[in-house]
Ligand binder design. Structure first.
Ligand SMILES: [Zn+2]
Length: 1028
């Protein structure tokens, strides 16, 4: 019988036996039985399917370009399903919904019915259930939540409760974030397993049987709500040596016919039992888990299952023939977790994170914190774009006929794919990086249509008024390129603010004129300043064809969740409305940049000297430079020959190379902004900038093309040396949220043998890094515009790696050096910003929490040509508009506002919305803003009225009231201090005053499905039909 005939036959005959959802027995009830008096070996058949790495996500799905890597995910699913149907004992887990959704779309109704049956019986289980298995170092929490919620929504719509994942499965990411653990706990997960942890940490944990623990994901804020049972896998995520039975493996199958040569059953079972005992002695219970699979395995599932069947049969036979106490079973991570919980042990705990990760002495995976810095910036910026698009769609109540659901889905899926641990991490091949960027660009284009449709409804003053203009978005403002502002003498700019509070924001528009009139939403003239573009900007190859000569600088003010309109007109020849800037070189005279908050003194050559907080009148000595490490070359043949590459940071020496201060510097002074331009080298330049009244100093770095003619790769760092006494401590954020204290050359849970004094002290910086001087009470904070690697290699110093170009592959699989060459193939130029603040520690949270939010959700400008006069325009269109009737409190962020196809707990005639509200301060960070806060949703939104709300879990796939998690006994049960007792007592919600009053504790995110009185009609769109 051919394979095809066999499959068809089995599927047909078994269709009737598949239980319907009413008789579903998924979850812990569906686990295969264990034997309590034996070592139970949970064999977990699995495939690890990267959502893009060496090939693009679609090449992986189809199995195209197999000369790069033999991998085709469609065949995995095609092959596994009939194997499961043929035997109810078999199990399989599936993880990456970006792939599963692609496959599901192709299936017939009868195949879908079969798969649902397997899900309902627990044979086929979704684990993790995100759109991808996201990176944990360079991802932002907002995008992480979204990518999981996207996968969860697919699963819920197609599989209901039995499709709801219960376990986190981060088997491949290169280091693990505490915020991720906290998030999983809030999804309602019962456990997390991962494959990679520092080799010293792993040795210590193996020796002390602490590979499995309870991880406090949010020890200081959410307490038990952030606790998650966590296990480090024994063997990465592969099978024990000799037991890889994938189709191309060279490991021997089990040969069990005595009549044939090479009978090997006894040998195989002996070897396997040895592997079992080796592993079991390091774990606490009589259960161990073995991951039977690896990257893109099970394309021919029969190879694996046939041999696993024999392994189970012959090993378990020893129970009767040899009184063996080892019991093998097909299992899943959730069934394994359930047995660990049943064992009723007391578990160790952990309160820090699993960064940085090293797999041997000179192999620290800290390079990817910065790799592909341009892509990292693009992913971050696109997050704000995606939020704004969904907010506008919701507030304008767009419907099916606008096609907005599908258009938004394109960007959601592109963002989902981009969070993968070989995407935003920068560890993919170049052609795959281009594919990620293309998907994001396509998604943004689709969302621009939605935003235009929304503005068509929100702009006109009269419902029957003229159609709004087509707005254009400028994605290259960071390199002063925007065709519309460059080529038009008159245009209108509409700036949208995705935050729930009024914000002020500085815009810089690339223009060709020397003077412009700018009118604000009320028709008043806005003060403007012209700053000329320098050659450093005009020669950027990606600007080719753009003609701007200057930037027009002015400040805009935008109401909460709303927009403001500014009319811009060139006034060449008339009276000059725009202030020009005074430009001077440094010729030995010091220069002071100063506003009402901070002053920065430069010496006569343009070097930084002294930074002063004008509120506390305290100063620190501070120097700043751009320096670089030469990346170590090597061929990996020995540990000491480990080169720097896409994953690995290994500098050739402990001190960076530096130039002797800026080789040239000039100051640009005007009424709105002062700048000092410094050139450390022709390829490493910086603008230090201070805007009027802003409590920070901006540092705009431009790095590249990094020269490699000397055959040395380079890793470029922006460094600040302060006089602060920091005593080895520095602080970094986890995924843009909670702050962790870092201690140089130290790990909290084991005695570190530091073998890489620079790379081994690098940590992911998603949004901020800071230094504190306990003596003076001063804090020096650096905010970033994207994820970067950061460290404090000496007391008082902060360094952030901004760009890297390397000439060797680091032998972690990508097979390419990390060598981005840019549009002209000469070496990519990257530009980004940092924001510096000096203040008293007690006052600083107020700055960095608020400012961090303003940066990651920065206002989005859009432009249109017009020759309407202000009076005509303002009579026709709203020049200013807010989607909120009142502003949100100063410590609350509207994390999510979107139309939602998800759970319909209470049926409603209109489309439900999803709302997430976040308290974005930590406990005790600020005397006032860290307190619990209550927000009322009553009459909050301008365009819709809330009828009812229901609270969901953070992943929005379950009613919060239905969330039940396993409970675990911990060793620190007795050790909780008085402070901890308060910390853990998080259920201090104030008595709710009304049904729409939401109280938030520090760092709490609450998720609600909202039914509207006057929402758009319920949409029946299968949004999972488009893929990007
Ligand atoms: Zn992977």
């Amino acid at each position: 019988m051919s394979m095809f005939a066999f499959v068809t036959c089995c599927l047909l005959c078994l269709c009737h036996a598949i239980p319907t959802s009413k008789e579903a027995k998924c979850g812990y009830d569906s686990c295969n039985p264990v034997k309590d008096d034996m070592i139970n070996v949970h064999l977990v058949p699995h495939t690890h399917d990267d959502v893009g790495w060496l090939k693009t996500v679609d090449q992986y799905y189809y199995g195209a370009r197999n000369e790069i890597q033999n991998a085709g995910v469609q065949y995995v699913l095609d092959s596994v399903i009939p194997a499961l149907v043929s035997d109810p004992n078999k199990r399989f887990i599936y993880v990456e919904i970006a792939f599963f959704a692609r496959w599901w779309r192709e299936q017939t109704d009868s195949m879908r019915h079969v798969v649902k049956g397997l899900v309902n019986s627990g044979q086929f289980e979704f684990i993790l259930g995100g759109w991808c298995m996201n990176d944990e170092a360079s991802t932002h929490y907002n995008a992480m939540i979204d990518q999981h919620a996207l996968g969860f929504e697919f699963l819920r719509q197609n599989f209901g409760e039995c499709g709801r994942p219960r376990i986190g499965w981060q088997i491949d990411p290169f280091g693990h974030s505490r915020e991720q653990a906290s998030m999983f706990a809030q999804f309602g997960f019962d456990g997390l397993f991962f494959g990679r942890l520092d080799y010293q940490d792993k040795n210590h944990r193996l020796n002390t049987s602490t590979m499995e623990m309870l991880w406090h994901g949010s020890p200081d804020n959410l307490g038990t709500q952030g606790d998650l049972f966590t296990g480090a896998l024994y063997n990465g995520y592969g099978p024990p040596g000799g037991f890889d039975w994938d189709q191309f493996s060279s490991n021997d199958p089990i040969m069990d016919d005595h009549r044939l040569h090479d009978y090997n059953v006894n040998q195989k079972v002996n070897d396997f039992l040895e592997a079992v005992h080796d592993q079991a002695k390091h774990y606490k219970t009589n259960h161990i888990v073995m991951t039977m699979g690896s990257d893109f395995q099970y394309q021919n599932a029969h190879h694996w299952y046939k041999n696993l069947d024999k392994l189970i049969k012959y090993t378990n036979m020893r129970q009767t023939t040899h009184s063996s106490k080892v019991n093998l079973l097909y299992s899943t991570p959730s069934c394994y977790t359930y047995q660990l919980n049943r064992a009723n042990k007391t578990w160790p705990t952990k309160s820090d994170d699993f960064f940085p990760y090293a797999d041997r002495e000179h192999t620290f995976w800290t390079g990817y914190f910065t790799s592909r810095a341009a892509l990292k910036g693009y992913v971050r910026e696109t997050n704000a774009f995606s939020q704004a698009c969904r907010q506008l769609d919701a507030m304008a109540k767009l419907t099916d006929s606008d096609n907005s659901t599908i258009n938004i889905q394109v960007l959601k899926e592109a963002m989902g794919v981009a969070q993968h641990h070989d995407a935003v991490s920068g560890t993919e091949k170049q052609q795959v990086a281009y594919d990620y960027a293309l998907r994001l660009a396509n998604g943004r284009n689709e969302c621009q249509k939605v935003m235009n449709d929304a503005m068509r409804k929100l702009l006109p003053k009269e419902k029957e008024g003229p159609a709004a203009m087509e707005m254009k978005y400028c994605d290259l403002l960071n390199i002063s390129a925007c065709t519309l502002t460059e080529q038009n003498k008159e245009f209108v700019m509409i700036v949208y603010n995705p935050l729930g509070r009024t914000v002020k924001h500085w815009v810089r528009l690339p223009v060709i004129g020397s003077a412009y009139s700018v009118l604000d939403p009320s028709g008043n003239t806005v003060e403007t300043q012209m700053v000329p573009l320098t050659k450093r900007t005009t020669v950027i190859p990606e600007r080719k064809g753009h003609i701007a000569t200057s930037e027009l600088v002015f400040q805009v003010q935008i109401p909460a969740l709303g927009f403001s309109t500014y009319m811009v007109k060139m006034t060449q020849g008339k009276k000059k409305l725009t202030k020009s800037s005074n430009i001077r070189g440094f010729v030995g005279e010091p220069f002071v940049m100063k506003n009402k908050h901070m002053s920065l003194k430069f010496d006569g050559k343009g070097n930084w000297e002294k930074l002063t907080d004008l509120h506390s009148k305290k100063s620190i000595n501070v120097t700043n430079d751009i320096v670089y490490y030469n990346g170590m070359p090597g061929n990996c043949s020995k540990g000491e020959f480990q080169p720097s590459g896409a994953y690995i940071f290994r500098p050739n020496g402990t001190s960076p190379q530096k130039w002797t201060g800026p080789s040239s510097a000039m100051s640009i002074v005007g009424p709105l902004v002062d700048e000092v331009h410094m050139e450390f080298s022709p390829w490493a330049t910086q603008v230090t900038r201070q805007y009027k009244d802003e409590p920070y100093v901006e540092v705009e770095w431009t790095v590249g093309p990094i020269p490699v003619q000397d055959k040395l790769g380079k890793e470029v760092v922006v460094r600040f040396e302060t006089g602060l006494n920091t005593d080895t401590y520095f602080y970094t954020d986890a995924n843009g949220r909670e702050i962790l204290r870092r201690v140089r050359d130290y790990r909290e849970t084991w005695d570190l043998n530091q073998t890489e004094p620079v790379a081994g002290n690098y940590y992911p910086v998603n949004s901020r890094i800071f230094l504190r001087d306990e003596g003076t009470g001063m804090q020096f904070t650096v905010m970033t515009d994207r994820s970067q690697g950061g460290a404090s290699i000496h007391d008082g110093e902060v360094e952030l790696m901004v760009h890297r170009r390397l000439l060797y592959d680091d032998c972690k699989g990508v097979g390419e050096p990390m060598n981005e060459t840019g549009a002209d193939q000469q070496g990519l130029i990257i530009r980004g910003k940092m924001y510096l603040h000096l203040g008293q520690t007690l006052d600083t949270a107020k700055f960095h929490r608020d400012f961090g939010l303003k940066k990651y959700m920065a206002p989005i400008p859009a432009f249109s040509e017009t020759n309407m006069k202000y009076q005509e325009y303002s009579a026709t269109y709203n020049t200013q508009w807010s989607g909120l009737k009142r502003e949100l409190p100063a410590n609350v962020h509207l994390l999510t506002l979107e139309q939602w196809g998800g759970p319909t707990l209470t049926p409603s005639a209109t489309q439900p919305y999803l709302i997430r509200l976040e308290h974005f301060y930590e406990m005790a960070e600020d005397a006032k803003l860290s307190l619990p806060v209550t927000v009322s949703l009553q009459d909050l939104f301008a365009t819709f009225t809330i009828d009812s709300i229901e609270e969901l879990t953070l992943g929005a796939n379950l009613a919060k009231a239905s969330m039940q998690r396993l409970k675990w006994n911990t060793m620190d049960g007795e050790l909780i201090t008085d402070k901890d007792k308060n910390v853990y007592k998080v259920e201090n919600r104030q008595k709710l005053e009304g049904p729409l009053d939401i109280t938030l504790n520090p760092m709490e995110i609450r998720t609600f499905q909202v039914n509207l009185k006057d929402g758009p009609p319920r949409q029946k769109v299968d949004r999972f039909t488009v893929f990007s």
